[in-house]
Design a protein around this ligand. Structure first.
Ligand code: RIB
Length: 310
C-alpha cells in the first residue's frame, strides 16, 4: 500500500439540521422539528469517510476566522484527518448548510459556501508539495472552479490519480478529461453531464461509457437504492445496493467516495472497492447527520460479511 496520504481538496461546513415530519412547501411553516448541529461539507465528509475506512488523509480547504472555523479545524484533527492545510481566510464566514430531513429520510439543503468558495488557485499552488506526494487527490464541486482546476493541473503534472465527485452539479465548472481517474456522479449529475436520460441502470451504464469517452479512466454512477454502475474502457460493472432502513441520506454520496478511495488505495479490485463503498454509503443512511453517520471500517466489513453487528 502507498503510505502517502489521500489528499482531499474541498469544502468544510457546519450543518444546521432540522428533522421534520415533511419538507415544507414554499411559504409553509412546519413546526415540532428537532434541531442538531453537526460537521459537514462534501470535502470534509469525504475526508472523514476515507479516514474512518482506514486511509491516511490530509485536507486542503478554507474556513473563516471565526468560531465555526476553529471548530471545523478541531473536528477534522480529532477524526484523524491532517488539517495542516486548512487555511483560515480573513474577512469571510466559514461555510454553513441549512438542512431539512423528513420522516422518509429525504432532505433539502441550502449551502452558504463562505470561505470554501474563496479558495483560490494560488492557495492550491501553496500546497503543491503535499498534492505532488498524494496517493490520490479527491475533489468535489463546493470550492471555486479555479481551485479544482489547479488541483487537477498539479495532479497531471505529477502523475497523481484523482477522484472527482461532480457534486453539486455546476455547468462547465470543471472540464471532464483524462486528468480525472475516477469520475463519480449520481444519476442527476450523469444526466446533466451527458445530456441523456439516466433513470435506470442500463441508461446509467450508457452515460458512464459516454463519460469515459471524455477521458476519465472510470466513470461511476451512483443510483441510490438501485446500486451503482461503473465503466472503464475495458469493463462494465453493476453492484447492488445493500438494503437498509434509511432515515437520512445526507452525506451518503460523500461517504461512498471516501470509502471507495480508501479501498482503492489498498489496491482492492474495482468491483470489491465498489461493494465496500456501497456498504459504507448504506450504513451512512441509517443514522442522522453528515459526519456522525459515517461508519468505520469494522462496521462496513460487518455489513459486507453479512453480520448485523453494525
Ligand atoms: O453532501 C452533504 C453535504 O452537503 C452536507 O454535509 C452539507 O454541508 C453540504 O455541503
Amino acid at each position: 500500500m502507498n503510505n502517502s496520504p489521500i489528499v482531499v481538496v474541498g469544502s468544510a461546513n457546519l450543518d444546521f439540521v432540522v428533522k421534520t415530519r415533511h419538507l415544507p412547501a414554499p411559504g409553509e411553516t412546519v413546526t415540532d422539528g428537532e434541531f442538531s448541529q453537526v460537521f459537514g461539507g462534501k470535502g470534509a465528509n469525504s475526508a472523514v469517510a476515507a479516514a474512518r475506512a482506514g486511509a491516511r488523509v490530509a485536507f486542503v480547504g478554507g474556513v473563516g476566522d471565526d468560531e465555526l472555523g476553529r471548530q471545523v479545524h478541531h473536528n477534522l484533527t480529532a477524526r484523524g484527518v491532517d488539517a495542516g492545510h486548512l487555511l483560515t481566510l480573513p474577512g469571510v464566514a466559514s461555510g454553513t448548510a441549512l438542512i431539512m430531513v423528513d420522516d422518509a429520510g429525504e432532505n433539502c439543503i441550502a449551502v452558504a459556501p463562505g470561505a470554501n468558495r474563496q479558495l483560490t488557485a494560488q492557495h492550491i499552488r501553496d500546497c503543491q508539495t503535499t498534492l505532488a506526494d498524494a496517493a490520490m487527490i479527491m475533489l468535489q464541486m463546493e470550492v471555486s472552479p479555479a481551485a479544482n482546476r489547479e488541483a487537477l493541473r498539479i495532479a497531471a503534472a505529477y502523475s497523481r490519480p484523482t477522484m472527482l465527485n461532480y457534486a453539486p452539479f455546476r455547468r462547465d465548472a470543471v472540464e471532464i478529461d483524462d486528468k480525472i481517474t475516477w469520475l463519480v456522479v449520481n444519476e442527476l449529475e450523469a444526466a446533466e453531464l451527458t445530456n441523456c436520460s439516466v433513470s435506470h441502470p442500463e441508461e446509467a451504464l450508457s452515460a458512464a461509457k459516454k463519460m469515459v469517452g471524455l477521458g476519465p479512466a472510470w466513470a461511476i454512477v451512483t443510483l441510490g437504492r438501485a446500486g451503482v454502475v461503473a465503466a472503464s474502457r475495458e469493463s462494465e460493472l453493476r453492484i447492488e445496493a445493500f438494503p437498509v432502513q434509511a432515515i437520512d441520506t445526507t452525506a451518503a454520496g460523500d461517504t461512498f467516495c471516501g470509502a471507495l478511495a480508501a479501498a482503492l488505495q489498498r489496491r482492492e479490485e474495482m468491483a470489491q472497492a465498489l461493494r465496500f463503498a456501497c456498504a459504507a454509503a448504506a450504513l451512512a443512511t441509517t443514522r442522522m447527520g453528515a459526519q456522525p453517520s459515517i461508519p468505520d471500517r469494522a462496521a462496513i466489513e460487518c455489513l459486507l460479511n453479512g453480520s448485523d453487528r453494525v
